[in-house]
Design a protein. Structure first.
Length: 207
């Protein structure tokens, strides 16, 4: 999907969804307090960072970093669970799309420390612009949640994420990069909205 199409689509969605995001902002403020938004530095290329914006779904701690392992699940607020399940916590990322930080479809933007630890992997994955959703998000998110939920410490969660999740998601991200097209992007956006899995692209056999 071209940058111009993404900008127009994100702008249209922002106009339509402004009332929804305004209501959600008030609800988060009244139910869970400040801050309403969760912001975090992510990487859009191996060398460029940006600030990702989402609705806050966890209780506030001083040092908020790392993956969401089982040790952090208790910090998800009741409202946060609803926002995460419906993916409404992702709505503020329309701002990131309008800025050009990310697109609608692509690999999820990683934390800097993972890019620095695995430069070979992310050097390939981040050749394309990251996105709100993507093949790895759709196909692996459920398994990742199960794996992370079994981790009882931050150290264990980090180890499982680095050893298992990063390579698995990278394979799917690179598969998407090989087969990406506007049609596939549209199918994945629809799949994300309807919570259904898209067909996995398959390499064509040579005759």
């Amino acid at each position: 999907m071209s940058r111009s199409v993404e900008f127009l689509l994100a702008g249209l969605m922002a106009i339509i969804l402004v009332p929804v995001m305004a209501i959600l902002s008030v609800v988060v403020l009244l139910v869970d307090g400040r801050p309403v938004f969760f912001t975090q530095s992510r990487m859009k290329s191996p060398t460029e960072s940006f600030t990702l914006v989402k609705f806050r779904t966890l209780t506030v701690v001083e040092d908020e970093d790392g993956v969401l392992g089982g040790d952090k699940l208790a910090r998800i607020t009741p409202l946060g669970r609803i926002l995460r399940k419906s993916r409404m916590d992702e709505l503020p990322q329309l701002w990131n799309i309008l800025r050009g930080d990310i697109g609608f479809v692509g690999p999820r933007p990683p934390l800097r420390r993972y890019v620095e630890r695995f430069p070979e992997i992310y050097g390939e994955v981040l050749k394309g612009r990251p996105g709100v959703t993507g093949l790895a998000t759709l196909l692996y998110h459920g398994k990742e949640e199960v794996l992370m939920a079994q981790c009882r410490t931050g150290e264990e969660a980090e180890a499982v994420y680095e050893r298992v999740c990063i390579p698995a998601k990278a394979r799917l991200d690179l598969l998407y990069a090989k087969h990406k097209s506007p049609c596939l992007d549209l199918r994945m956006i629809v799949a994300t909205l309807w919570r259904r899995l898209p067909p996995v692209p398959r390499p064509q056999r040579k005759l």
